[in-house]
Write a protein that binds this ligand. Structure first.
Ligand SMILES: [Zn+2]
Length: 484
C-alpha cells in the first residue's frame, strides 16, 4: 500500500486509518470492512464476532495484572456516508478513498473522508494492536448502517457484551464531551377521505421562503414550519368560508423542518375574495412573528382549478389537525445550556390513495417524554377521527449528572491540556442512546477530534487534534487501571 500520511504520530493509528480508507464501506456495504476487521483480530489472536448485520465485536483481555477489572467498551461505526463531488469519478462498491494531507488537515479527494467514523476504528485498531498499553479488558464494538438510521446497533443483541461503561467515539470537537443524545419516535397519522365533484372557485396557496433546517439540531431556532403555517391559514379561512381541499402537500423528510407547503382549496358561495383577504391578513401576522427568525417567509397565491376535491367532512378534519398538531420545542434543558430537551416536528404532509398522511418526528433526551409527547399526538389524532400509528422508536442517552466516566475523562483532559472541557449534548439520535437502551445504566462519555464537513466531500480532520485525542484515550485506559 502507498501511504500518504508520514512523519506524524500516532503512526500506527494513522496507518490503520489509511488501510481502512482503502476498503469500500458505504452504508449497507459493510461486509468487506467487517471481514477486514475479522482478519485483523484473528491475525492478533483476539476474540472476534461478526453478526448477520456485519456488526463487529473484538475483545482484548486486560493487560497482565488487570485481567479481572470490569471491561470498558470502545465504540464507533464501520460505515460512511458516500458523498462525492459531481465531477469526481468514484465507485463506492470498489474504490478506496484518495487521502490528501494539507498542513494539519486531512481530507479525501472529491469524496467524504470517513473520519466520521474512521477515527474511532483506527483508534480501536491501534489500542488492540499495541502491546505496551495498560488497560482493562476491552470490548471494541464496530457497528454497521449507523448513517442510515442506527440500524446495526438497533439490531445488536448485547449477548457478547459485559461492559458497564463506554467510550463512544462518533462526536467531533476536541475538548467537548458528549453527555446526552435524544431518543425518538415517528408518528404517522392518516385522515381517510373520498373524492367529491369540485365546485366553487379554486385558490392555490403556496408557502414559500422559509429556511427549514434539521429538526433535531435546528428546532430551537424558531424557524417557521410550512405545514403548521398552512394549517393556521386554512383554519382562519374556515371560520368564515366553506371550502373543500382539492390537494395538500408539504415537506419532504420527517427529520427536516418543512420549508414549503402547497394546497388547493375550492371555495363555495362566492367567498373566494374574502378567503384571499384572510390569507393576506394571516400572512402579515405570521411574517411579523417570524421577522427575527425566518424573515423570508411569504405566501404565494394563484388561481387553480380541480375536477374533484376531498369531501367536506375530511376537509374539516385535515384543517383542524393541521391547526392543532403541536410542533417545535416543547422543553429546553436546564442542565445543559442551549440543549433542547423535547421537541416535535410536523415534517411531512402527503396525499395518498384515499387518505392524507402526516409524518411527525418526536425527540427527547428522556424516553418518558418521547412516549408522552407521542401519546399526546396520538390522542389528538384519534379525537379528530384520524388513524394514528407510533413507530421507529430509538432510545435516549439521558444526561447523568453523576457520570463517573465523564468526570474521569474531563479531569484527565484538564490535566493534559490545562483547559476545562465542555459538556456537550445533541438533540438527535446516536448509537450511544441505543447502547444505553441495550445496557441499562451504561456509563457513557463521547470523545472525538476536531473535524468538520461531515457527510460532504469537504469533510476534514485536524491531524494535531487526532493525535491529542488519541493520547487522551490512551491515558483514560491507563487511568482506569488505577481507579479500581
Ligand atoms: Zn458518525
Amino acid at each position: 500500500m502507498n501511504y500518504v500520511i508520514s512523519g506524524r504520530e500516532p503512526a500506527d493509528a494513522l496507518r490503520f486509518f489509511e488501510e481502512i480508507s482503502a476498503v469500500p464501506r458505504a452504508s449497507r456495504n459493510e461486509a468487506g470492512i467487517a471481514a477486514f476487521m475479522k482478519k485483523f483480530a484473528e491475525d492478533r489472536g483476539l476474540w472476534v464476532n461478526v453478526d448477520e448485520f456485519n456488526n463487529v465485536i473484538i475483545k482484548k483481555p486486560g493487560t497482565p495484572g488487570f485481567e479481572n477489572l470490569p471491561a470498558v467498551m470502545l465504540q464507533g461505526h464501520l460505515d460512511i456516508v458516500p458523498e462525492k463531488n459531481q465531477d469526481t469519478v468514484h465507485d463506492w462498491e470498489k474504490d478506496g478513498l484518495k487521502l490528501q494531507v494539507n498542513g494539519d488537515i486531512l481530507t479525501a479527494t472529491g469524496t467524504t473522508l470517513g473520519c466520521d467514523d474512521g477515527y474511532a476504528l483506527s483508534y480501536m485498531m491501534a489500542v488492540l494492536d499495541r502491546k505496551d498499553l495498560r488497560h482493562p479488558p476491552l470490548e471494541c464494538v464496530m457497528t454497521s448502517m449507523e448513517e442510515v438510521g442506527l440500524i446495526g446497533a438497533m439490531n445488536m443483541s448485547g449477548e457478547h457484551l459485559t461492559a458497564k461503561r463506554m467510550i463512544s467515539m462518533d462526536a467531533g470537537g476536541e475538548g467537548g464531551f458528549l453527555a446526552s443524545s435524544a431518543g425518538g419516535n415517528y408518528v404517522f397519522i392518516k385522515v381517510p377521505f373520498h373524492y367529491v365533484e369540485a365546485k366553487g372557485e379554486g385558490i392555490g396557496i403556496h408557502i414559500r421562503g422559509l429556511d427549514g433546517g434539521h429538526s433535531g439540531g435546528m428546532i430551537h431556532m424558531e424557524k417557521g414550519n410550512s405545514n403548521k403555517i398552512l394549517g393556521r391559514i386554512l383554519y382562519n379561512i374556515s371560520k368564515e368560508c366553506i371550502f373543500n381541499i382539492a390537494s395538500i402537500t408539504g415537506g419532504f423528510k420527517g427529520n427536516a423542518i418543512p420549508r414549503e407547503a402547497d394546497c388547493v382549496i375550492m371555495v363555495h358561495n362566492g367567498m373566494a375574495d374574502r378567503a384571499r383577504e384572510i390569507i393576506a391578513e394571516t400572512e402579515k401576522e405570521v411574517a411579523r412573528e417570524l421577522a427575527f427568525s425566518d424573515s423570508g417567509f411569504k405566501v404565494v397565491l394563484d388561481t387553480a382549478s380541480a375536477e374533484k376535491a376531498i369531501n367536506l367532512e375530511a376537509t374539516k378534519q385535515i384543517v383542524h389537525l393541521s391547526h392543532v398538531l403541536p410542533n417545535g420545542m416543547m422543553m429546553k434543558s436546564m442542565a445543559i445550556e442551549g440543549l433542547t430537551n423535547a421537541s416535535l416536528n410536523v415534517g411531512v404532509v402527503t396525499m395518498e390513495e384515499g387518505f392524507v398522511k402526516y409524518e411527525v418526528t418526536v425527540r427527547s433526551a428522556e424516553d418518558s417524554l418521547v412516549r408522552s409527547i407521542s401519546e399526546v399526538v396520538h390522542d389528538i389524532a384519534t379525537m379528530a377521527g384520524a388513524q394514528c400509528e407510533i413507530t421507529g422508536s430509538y432510545p435516549a442517552f439521558s444526561f447523568d449528572a453523576d457520570s463517573k466516566m465523564r468526570k474521569l475523562v474531563m479531569d484527565i483532559y484538564k490535566e493534559m491540556s490545562g483547559k476545562e472541557g465542555q459538556v456537550r449534548a445533541v438533540h438527535g439520535g446516536t448509537e450511544a442512546g441505543v447502547f444505553r437502551g441495550l445496557i441499562p445504566g451504561l456509563d457513557i462519555v463521547g470523545i472525538g477530534p476536531n473535524s468538520g464537513g461531515a457527510h460532504t466531500p469537504e469533510e476534514w480532520v485536524d491531524l494535531g487534534s487526532y493525535e491529542r485525542v488519541f493520547n487522551l484515550l490512551v491515558k483514560i485506559l491507563d487511568r482506569l487501571c488505577d481507579e479500581q
